[in-house]
Write a protein that binds this ligand. Structure first.
Ligand SMILES: *[C@@H]1O[C@H](CO)[C@@H](O)[C@H](O)[C@H]1NC(C)=O
Ligand SMILES: *[C@@H]1O[C@H](CO)[C@@H](O)[C@H](O)[C@H]1NC(C)=O
Ligand SMILES: *[C@@H]1O[C@H](CO)[C@@H](O)[C@H](O)[C@H]1NC(C)=O
Ligand SMILES: *[C@@H]1O[C@H](CO)[C@@H](O)[C@H](O)[C@H]1NC(C)=O
Ligand SMILES: *[C@@H]1O[C@H](CO)[C@@H](O)[C@H](O)[C@H]1NC(C)=O
Ligand SMILES: *[C@@H]1O[C@H](CO)[C@@H](O)[C@H](O)[C@H]1NC(C)=O
Ligand SMILES: *[C@@H]1O[C@H](CO)[C@@H](O)[C@H](O)[C@H]1NC(C)=O
Length: 304
């Protein structure tokens, strides 16, 4: 009997070693609400790891006395090295698909995934995010910021960003990534004009436009905006609600290097359109179409 239990535990330990990497460090949850999934009291480490193994959004797990803490994928970017604490990282074959993550925090606009750090801001400052943390969202007051050149889009993608709109300006861009005007642009407009404040997306294949518009945002209210392209279908989400969806006549956005990339500014008529008047936070670019349920989870919990 003892041997059976021993073998069972031994087998479980071996099994877990194929599922988790062991690392030293702790996960700094002090400023981010999307890291900790939950804490559970458990008898032992195997049970703790088992909870993470069977929880789809769990990618990291640690145990301190009898408290088992499960963490999301995003915890990856908030590991503090150089401590004697142990964390377990799930070895996963799932393609999470996150290619850029600009959390905007502590007065920084770094991309934690591929170092596409935002730079050269104009009329932009840091302000409180929706949880009240200082310097943790970016406020454009007739302003914008640049993103480095690179490949950001392809046949499939999802963009998520938190936005608080301040004014309905003409063709106001959440972002406009392209190579100039009518040149492979992928644009998301927060408002079209004061009289028609509708949100829209535009994808250019060269000079050829594909366009979808939907309802408008209330001013001075935080929204998680979502924008997805998959199987030639584009969709726009406000929070967890799919507002509009439509088939387009291209197989996707061109997977090319785009060199004129802005948050808060248009590639059209440089001097004609005003720059952005909104707050921006938690911007995530994925190289795949997230499920509607995953977008809902990102809105409600900050992870999926
Ligand atoms: C572990 O738990 C103890 C007691 O609750 C606490 O004092 C300590 O800070 C915790 N350690 C970590 C790394 O969270
Ligand atoms: C922690 O260590 C890992 C692996 O050694 C490294 O990739 C990562 O950049 C380090 N993180 C920090 C914050 O130093
Ligand atoms: C900054 O804002 C001022 C006042 O609204 C505006 O005149 C100026 O053009 C803006 N600067 C840039 C670089 O957009
Ligand atoms: C926010 O940034 C300002 C300007 O850099 C700085 O003076 C202030 O201490 C920062 N606040 C926090 C809480 O980090
Ligand atoms: C644009 O916004 C108006 C309200 O200003 C709304 O009635 C209309 O349905 C919206 N258009 C689309 C395509 O959703
Ligand atoms: C897409 O555009 C091409 C070229 O204009 C046209 O031949 C084709 O019928 C269009 N397909 C759809 C589904 O609209
Ligand atoms: C863009 O248009 C060209 C020429 O019509 C076409 O060959 C190509 O497949 C289109 N690209 C995508 C991604 O649909």
């Amino acid at each position: 009997m003892k041997l059976v239990i021993f073998l069972a535990i031994f087998y479980k330990i071996v099994e877990m070693s194929f599922i988790f990497n062991i690392k030293n460090g702790i996960i700094d949850t002090s400023r981010k609400r999307n890291l900790l999934i939950k804490q559970i009291e458990v008898m032992n480490r195997i049970l703790c790891l088992n909870f993470c193994q069977t929880s789809k959004p769990c990618f990291y797990v640690s145990m301190n006395y009898s408290i088992c803490s499960l963490y999301s994928f995003y915890a990856k970017f908030f590991v503090k090295n150089g401590t004697s604490e142990v964390i377990y990282e799930k070895i996963s074959n799932d393609n999470f698909g996150l290619i850029n993550y600009w959390p905007i925090e502590n007065g920084e606009t770094r991309d934690l995934v591929t170092s596409k750090d935002l730079f050269d801001s104009n009329n932009a400052s840091f302000t409180q995010d929706r949880f009240g943390f200082d310097n943790s969202s970016l406020y454009f007051n007739n302003g914008y910021i640049n993103a480095p050149s690179g490949i950001y889009f392809g046949t499939e993608f999802t963009v998520l960003a938190w936005v608080k709109l301040k004014n309905y300006l003409e063709w106001q861009r959440l972002f406009d990534f392209g190579n100039g005007r009518e040149n492979d642009n992928v644009c998301f407009s927060l408002s079209k004009s004061n009289s028609e404040p509708n949100v829209s997306i535009a994808i250019f294949n060269g000079t050829n436009l594909e366009y979808l518009e939907t309802n408008y945002l209330k001013l001075n209210e935080w929204y998680q905006l979502g924008f997805k392209l998959e199987n030639s279908i584009v969709s726009i989400f406000f929070n967890d609600v799919k507002m509009a969806s439509s088939e387009i006549n291209i197989s996707g956005a061109k997977s090319v290097i785009r060199g004129k990339n802005y948050f808060g500014k248009s590639n059209w008529n440089e001097h004609e359109y005003k720059k952005g008047q909104f707050e921006l936070d938690e911007v995530k670019f994925f190289e795949k179409g997230l499920l509607d349920s995953e977008i809902e989870s990102e809105f409600k919990r900050g992870y999926h």
